[in-house]
Write a protein that binds this ligand. Structure first.
Ligand SMILES: Cc1ncc(COP(=O)(O)O)c(C=O)c1O
Length: 304
């Protein structure tokens, strides 16, 4: 079946969605983007796009930092997303990547005199990481780019050169992923997902000011853990050695969803098995994203 993308104000066949090779965003990574998931609810025969509004609000914030302006409002972006999903007739989980990019064909890094274009590509998708098994990760020898270099708060395409090095070196060393420290040696997040620790029955995660992308999934977990499981989250600076002595740990993100970590730098967490709190959270999270929890159904945008 033909797959469609949204580009230059139109729904176009995937193979026709191309950009000229001199496009600024291609030459310099000057694009801001989002990763959004849609979940298929088999009982309702419905596809739900999870927290589209929050993703597009973050896209607007990323755009502001990068002197960009989205040609569509948040509501219009949600509407376009819905139409694209329907046009692709997805009846299973899917992923989409809205991207706002500097589209002038020009050499030189300046963001001025450089128009903005918007597109969304999408595909069918299952798990990006196997969420049923525990991950073995390391602390990366790379450092996270800082707020005063390439701000992690903005989801900028060029910044993912940092994630690429982190992920690749972790993989080459035999690990599933890595935990990244900042220049001060404080914990930030994973290669492309946020990090939570479990200590004495509580969740601990880094602060919004700790050189992280402030994840939509992170915010979702803080809220549902508190409201549904009575588990509080402490947002604070995290030392490297806390990684080794936590009871449980997990990554979270649109791609990673909730991915348990069972070993960090060859030290087992707890008994080395996927822990009880992450297991409970995973179940709750998958119910929420599929629109099965009435209280959070407003986070799930129906496509059909
Ligand atoms: C660097 C980074 N941190 C965290 C996240 C998690 O963000 P979200 O939960 O909004 O997908 C992502 C994206 O998935 C990311 O690329």
């Amino acid at each position: 079946m033909t797959e469609y993308y949204f580009m230059n104000g139109e729904y176009v066949e995937a193979e026709k969605a191309v950009i000229p090779v001199r496009t600024h965003a291609f030459l310099y990574g000057t694009a801001v983007f989002e990763g959004i998931r849609a979940y298929w609810n088999e009982e309702e025969k419905q596809l739900y796009v999870f927290r589209a509004k929050e993703h597009y609000e973050r896209l607007e914030r990323s755009a502001k930092i990068m002197y960009m302006e989205c040609p569509y409002t948040v509501d219009e972006c949600c509407e376009i997303t819905k139409k694209l999903m329907a046009k692709n007739e997805y009846k299973q989980d899917a992923y989409m990547r809205p991207t706002l990019y500097k589209s002038a064909q020009k050499v030189g890094p300046g963001l001025y005199d450089n128009e903005d274009s918007f597109m969304i590509v999408s595909n069918k998708m299952g798990d990006y990481i196997d969420t049923s098994k525990g991950l073995k990760v390391c602390v990366s020898s790379w450092r996270r780019n800082s707020d005063n270099a390439i701000p992690p708060r903005a989801k900028v395409a060029g910044a993912y050169a940092n994630s690429a090095l982190i992920k690749t070196d972790a993989h080459n060393a035999g690990f599933d992923d890595a935990v990244v420290l900042d220049e001060e040696g404080r914990v930030t997040e994973g290669s492309a997902m946020n990090l939570f620790l479990v200590q004495n029955g509580k969740l601990v995660t880094t602060m919004k000011t700790d050189n992280i992308l402030v994840g939509v999934t992170r915010n979702t977990i803080i809220e549902i853990a508190k409201n549904e499981l009575g588990i509080e989250t402490e947002e604070r600076a995290i030392d490297r050695t806390e990684l080794y002595i936590s009871d449980e740990a997990f990554y979270c993100g649109t791609g990673a969803q909730i991915s348990p970590i069972t070993e960090i730098d060859s030290r087992k967490l707890g008994d080395g098995k996927v822990g009880p709190i992450v297991t409970k959270l995973q179940k709750l999270y998958f119910d929420v994203v599929k629109g099965k929890v009435a209280k959070y159904k407003h986070w799930c945008m129906p496509v059909y």
